[in-house]
Ligand binder design. Structure first.
Ligand code: HEM
Ligand code: HEM
Length: 175
């Protein structure tokens, strides 16, 4: 019962700042990719820096920020997906196993986009068609994944009658 529920601090401030700054850098890098080269590169480096921070925070951050506490074993993920298909998946206070996989994928994609972007500015990678193909392909894949990520956040919010987007702003969930 929500009336008897108690607030729990789930997402620490660094996780929340990381998330919304990443949203801003990713969206900004996309919107500036056609005709604002310097801004595009700065926002892209910003996204890359945020990913580097998150990889460290995944080992030293608070309980729900740590990879050890949300990256699932394959069996746990498979069991969760099967329950999801039957609309019986349990609610998680931290990231659920499917969300965790999406999160790792988004982190990896932004790392690939940022690294290939940087390489394109070096003597080694300047004018490289394969690098450009990977950079743009990964950006498009990440954009599609973000679409799924947002739909999943809305779906899980409706499913468990809580607002996950607000939780990522305030850091608070209800137990
Ligand atoms: C307006 C758009 C977005 C919304 C509403 C949104 C919403 C959320 C929510 C609700 C969570 C928590 C999921 C959970 O409770 O398990 C989350 C986590 C996450 N999202 Fe998003 N997201 C958005 C855009 C993005 C973008 C553009 C990226 C990256 C390119 C991204 C990457 C992540 C990552 C890495 C996490 C894990 C947070 C952490 O533990 O550090 N999100 N997002
Ligand atoms: C999350 C971060 C990033 C995203 C989402 C992103 C996205 C994109 C997209 C969609 C394009 C294609 C633009 C077009 O041809 O219409 C592009 C091009 C480009 N990006 Fe990024 N990018 C990111 C980070 C970076 C970084 C860090 C750098 C370098 C410091 C960079 C350098 C470039 C360059 C040089 C091009 C132009 C390639 C060309 O058309 O000659 N990007 N980026």
């Amino acid at each position: 019962m929500r009336t008897q529920a108690k607030p729990v601090k789930v997402w620490d401030l660094p996780v929340r700042l990381f998330h919304w700054s990443l949203v801003a850098c990713f969206a900004g890098a996309w919107l500036s990719s056609d005709d604002a080269e310097a801004l595009h590169q700065w926002l892209g480096y910003g996204a890359l820096g945020l990913i580097a921070f998150r990889l460290v925070w995944g080992f030293v951050g608070s309980h729900h920020a740590r990879f050890a506490n949300f990256v699932p074993r394959p069996g746990t993920l498979a069991a969760y997906v099967l329950l999801m298909l039957r609309r019986r998946e349990p609610r998680y206070l931290g990231h659920n196993p499917a969300a965790a996989v999406m999160i790792l994928f988004l982190i990896a994609m932004v790392a690939v986009i940022g690294t290939t972007g940087w390489l394109m500015t070096t003597d080694w990678g300047w004018g490289s068609d394969p690098l450009e193909t990977i950079h743009e392909g990964a950006a498009e894949l990440a954009l599609a994944a973000v679409g799924v990520h947002i739909c999943a956040a809305i779906y899980e919010s409706l499913r468990h009658r809580e607002n996950l987007v607000v939780a990522m702003i305030t850091g608070i969930k209800w137990r």
